[in-house]
Design a binder for this molecule. Structure first.
Ligand SMILES: NC(=O)c1ccc[n+]([C@@H]2O[C@H](COP(=O)([O-])OP(=O)(O)OC[C@H]3O[C@@H](n4cnc5c(N)ncnc54)[C@H](O)[C@@H]3O)[C@@H](O)[C@H]2O)c1
Length: 334
């Protein structure tokens, strides 16, 4: 099978590339390396089944040919996360909205009907008051602080763009609403909480919790996430569906800080930072975020293999190895 992954040198995309190469597929990654890294795909660069194009999806002249060659397309390239979005909303419009439209147009022009999976985000649910977020829930974004919701709105727009093209031109589209994903190769910049906590704990620096830490999240291991995406993209039942992908165990950010500190056997102090200091302005955070995964389980045979504790232990081992505190042979493969 020929796979095209936009954003394939990023955190999730590079794990997806790895999974498909392991399955014997041919993989073409396009990435402008704005947040992705060549190091994420370095292992594959010499393989004949792997092609890397360093390019911006908004301007890349190879996009039509790449789309025509693909049996399956994962569209992941995006400006990711609320903090980066606040830093450069115009880039979000260009990449997340114009870029997605350009990818869909390339699929239309290809005249082929590949399997297409578009990565959306749990941010789209906004302030959903329900304890678990289900795909049929209403979406509740506040109208004040409009740029706060730029990322969520861009991801929702992606969903509508993709559905419009898929319906009109008859290709198989699945939208995955990804919840918090963690694992190897996720970088701590841009406020990603788990890599931050792990780095802080293993170096003995204070663990920085935003606000009072009572906000809750559910964390899925990226190696589980990419298996779920593969199963969804290939499921005959999934086209036309929007599907939550994540883990449904919930933990408060303060408890997460305590768990990381305990697993790292660290003496780090836990300190609290107001949102104003973290984001440079008052910031409305989502109080809780937990996916209902019934649809994912109905449409695919997916089952989680990683627990939060197992992922954290793996990340601690990797962080110690990177800092030269451990032999790399102790690492879990992947
Ligand atoms: N990580 C999560 O918890 C999470 C949660 C919800 C949704 N998502 C979605 O999953 C996808 C992957 O996210 P990630 O966590 O791997 O982040 P990431 O930043 O590591 O990956 C995004 C990739 O897209 C690339 N990119 C950005 N703009 C580009 C452009 N114009 N042209 C080509 N490449 C470009 C970046 O260089 C990067 O490699 C994104 O669409 C994101 O919105 C991720």
């Amino acid at each position: 099978m020929k796979i095209l992954i936009t954003g394939g040198a990023g955190f999730i995309g590079s794990h997806l590339a790895h999974l498909h190469l392991q399955k014997g597929d041919r993989v073409h990654v396009v990435d402008d390396l704005s947040t992705g890294r060549r190091a994420n795909i370095a292992l594959h660069l010499g393989l004949s089944r792997f092609t890397f194009s360093e390019a911006d999806i908004v301007t890349w002249d190879g996009l039509n040919d790449a789309a025509r060659a693909a049996d399956r397309i994962y569209h992941l390239a995006a400006v990711v996360g609320v903090r980066r979005t606040l830093e450069d909303p115009v880039r979000v419009v260009k990449t997340n909205i114009a870029g997605t439209e350009r990818v869909m147009r390339a699929i239309e022009k290809s005249g082929r009907r590949p399997e297409v999976l578009v990565a959306s985000s749990s941010e789209a649910y906004g302030f959903n008051p329900r304890p678990m977020f289900s795909e049929s829930d209403d979406l509740l974004l506040h109208s004040r602080d409009h740029l706060r919701w730029c990322y969520a709105v861009s991801k929702l727009t992606d969903e509508f763009i993709a559905y419009s093209y898929a319906e009109k031109f008859g290709f198989k589209l699945t939208v995955a609403r990804l919840f918090n994903t963690i694992g190897p190769r996720q970088v701590e910049h841009y406020g990603m909480v788990v890599p931050n906590f792990v780095k802080q704990a293993v170096t003995g620096r204070p663990i920085t919790v935003y606000a009072d830490g009572s906000q809750t999240r559910s964390f899925a291991d990226v190696r589980d996430t990419v298996r779920a995406l593969d199963l969804l993209a290939g499921s005959p039942l999934a086209p036309g569906e929007t599907v939550n992908v994540g883990a449904d165990q919930e933990i408060s950010i303060l408890d997460l800080a305590r768990l990381v500190r305990e697993r790292a056997d660290s003496q780090s102090e836990i300190v609290f930072i107001p949102y104003r200091e973290a984001y440079g302005e008052d910031f409305e955070d989502i109080t809780h975020r937990r996916p209902c995964l019934d649809k994912l389980f109905e449409l695919t045979s997916f089952q989680h293999r990683w627990t939060l504790t197992a992922t954290i232990d793996d990340l601690i081992t990797r962080a110690r190895a990177e800092l030269g505190l451990l032999e790399t042979k102790e690492l879990h493969p992947g």
